[in-house]
Design a protein around this ligand. Structure first.
Ligand code: HEM
Length: 322
């Protein structure tokens, strides 16, 4: 991994992620996950710069995330107060809406609360259906053999996605972006729409925007939810570790406030446990395949330009030497 992806990253920037299949389904090569070369670099640079301006990794966004977490905790408290059925509680829906709201805050500038909660349920059920489907062997065969794309089951799910994204309130945001032309964009969609006004022929199109939204939801929602669920499972099964985490939190944070990123250096044990949860849960054992942009040598083997390469992060995660 060090010799290839880290030290020689430019040789591995192209993608081989069901490109043909997804291009057919989307009506072209749209969306940051399947794009390659300069198109990918442009969209990637743009989304990262918008996310940075919106405060990813900084205080600004952290405050919004903390208020989402407070909302989640009080919902869980209320559920528990209302009484548990057979002593059991499903925490997943509360985590899901918290993650989805945080991602949506970056993308469209609003959370999925109150009148907007139905949007979350619709989106979440589509993400789950889509992720379950792409993991199934029959769907994988179809994706490797794109000429079968009009297989009705797959097409039906994708059509639902397109319908949902087509129905999002992008036009309303567009009006706002036109009106508030000189202020700082407050979300990715507004920033993209402004770019579209002058750079439509450089890839800033509505179809690109809608596919990027779909991909960020897909990439962020399930991964983060599943990671948090694993952390809960590990804590339940390793109560000695849970207790040590709790002791560190009690000592450093206390009971009157939430943890912030600035606390991290003072929480070495909790940070190590978080890393360990990510390592052990290994939620993406199969990565998104990449494609070489030039002839390369991997582990002494000559590999031609245009060859699909799938980095297996699990090999690193379980390597005792690392
Ligand atoms: C624990 C949580 C997460 C894990 C384990 C994870 C893992 C990954 C992996 C392995 C890739 C492929 C890397 C590659 O190019 O080889 C990826 C790509 C990506 N992820 Fe995540 N991710 C997580 C959370 C998120 C979140 C929260 C977002 C957005 C809000 C996100 C957005 C993306 C996007 C847009 C890509 C495609 C990037 C590109 O092709 O340039 N991910 N992620």
């Amino acid at each position: 991994m060090m010799e290839t992806l880290v030290k020689d990253g430019d040789s591995y920037t192209d993608r081989d992620y069901y490109n043909e299949f997804l291009s057919i389904l989307r009506g072209g090569k749209y969306g940051i996950v399947i794009q390659e070369g300069d198109e990918w670099k442009e969209q990637r640079k743009f989304i990262m710069s918008v996310f940075n301006k919106l405060g990813v990794g900084k205080n600004l966004l952290e405050q919004r995330i903390l208020s989402e977490i407070s909302a989640m905790i009080s919902s869980i408290d209320k559920d528990i107060e209302a009484g548990l059925e057979h002593g059991k509680y499903d925490i997943k829906p509360r985590i899901e809406v918290c993650i989805a709201s945080t991602i949506n805050l970056l993308l469209l500038g609003y959370e999925f609360h109150g009148e907007r909660s139905h949007e979350f349920h619709e989106l979440n059920s589509l993400v789950i259906q889509y992720m379950t489907l792409v993991g199934q062997p029959d769907a994988q065969i179809l994706m490797f053999r794109p000429y079968l794309y009009n297989w009705p089951y797959f097409n039906k799910i994708f059509a639902k996605f397109q319908k949902f994204i087509g129905g999002m309130q992008i036009e309303e945001i567009q009006k706002d972006a036109n009106f508030n032309e000189y202020g700082e964009p407050t979300d990715y969609v507004t920033a993209f729409l402004r770019e579209m006004k002058t750079r439509e022929n450089e890839g800033y199109t509505m179809i690109e925007l809608r596919n990027n939204l779909l991909e960020v939801w897909n990439a962020g929602q399930d991964t983060t939810t599943v990671t948090l669920l694993w952390s809960i499972i590990y804590m339940i099964h390793h109560q000695d570790i849970q207790q040590k985490v709790q002791e560190e939190l009690d000592q450093v944070i206390g009971a009157d406030r939430l943890i912030t990123i600035e606390d991290k250096p003072y929480l070495p044990y909790t940070s190590a446990v978080t890393n360990e949860v990510q390592r052990c849960s290994n939620i993406l054992p199969q990565n998104l395949a990449r494609k070489t942009t030039r002839d390369v040598t991997i582990g002494g083997h000559q590999v031609k330009k245009g060859t699909a390469v799938m980095p297996m992060i699990s090999v690193v995660l379980y390597d005792e030497k690392v």
